[in-house]
Design a binder for this molecule. Sequence first.
Ligand SMILES: [Ca+2]
Ligand SMILES: [Ca+2]
Ligand SMILES: [Ca+2]
Ligand SMILES: [Ca+2]
Length: 324
Amino acid sequence: MHTYLRTLLFAAVAATSGVLLLHPPENALTAIKRPHFSDIASQSNVSYITNDDFQSRKYFPQPLCGGIAILDYDQDGLMDIFFTNGAKLPELKKVNSSFYNCLLRNKGDGTFEDVTKKAGVSALSGLASKPPDTLSVQGAWFDYDNDGLLDLVVSNYTLWTPETDRRCQRGNVELYCSPTTYTSVPNRLYHNVGNGKFEDVTERSGFGKARGKGMGICIADFNRDGWQDVFIANDTEPNFLYLNQRNGTFKEAGLLNGVAYNESGSTVSAMGCDAKDYDNDGWVDIFYNNLMGQTWGLFRNQHGKSFRYTSPLAKLVQLSGPYS
Ligand SMILES: [Ca+2]
Ligand SMILES: [Ca+2]
Ligand SMILES: [Ca+2]
Ligand SMILES: [Ca+2]
């Protein structure tokens, strides 16, 4: 190499090194700025452990066990935590305390108090009106009639009893049966009538007309008319979009709005979902995850008129393949 060029190259490298020495490497700054979490569970005296009564015989409800809701149940400005739990199988009964649900009250000092017994559950709430043997998956609070009281929507999966449980095996290996071997059911909507009481309005509201295998629930005003709408991801069946008709009823319009199926016109094992405006255009979009080997669904809201399946454009095909 020419001496002059070598000198220039050295000067350039030295200058670059000087810059590097004067300023910390970019990845070090990134490391400092990155948010991180500390596990503080051990600071609270909590005995909750999720118990799905796992055993060699695979009962259908086992993998659906355990959920978490974050809420401020006592309205003191601090978010509390509620855990659901499983039950002894196949009888599906909470035969001992290892299956109990758990409510943790946020004490505001980084610790939580187990108030499960103190809080109790009222049998007169009106929330126990679902058909017998219904396997529910998720609940979400929202005020669908804009009266200032939070109403409740519950996604339902199927009807199940120990007697109707199907046993699936490959050779001697126990398997969970395909969801398609189980019946589809409506989701449920409960109207908050005040004083801690609820009314089951599933039929009157139109929720009862659509039957699926409900999993994740997302609430948003997708068409920006001032009334909250509901998206429910279905496992192996078309997803639902319940559009609020502003008169106490909903119209299921998942197919018309392009969120029922993926780009190939197929259903997937949709599981959890979320509704956020991922591209900051002012219109809330829909995302769901599913099983390994399938593509997570991302639906871009087309100004409240319909949705467009944008998983390939957003490069979710490559990202989601290996994950559940
Ligand atoms: Ca609280
Ligand atoms: Ca309400
Ligand atoms: Ca709306
Ligand atoms: Ca958007």
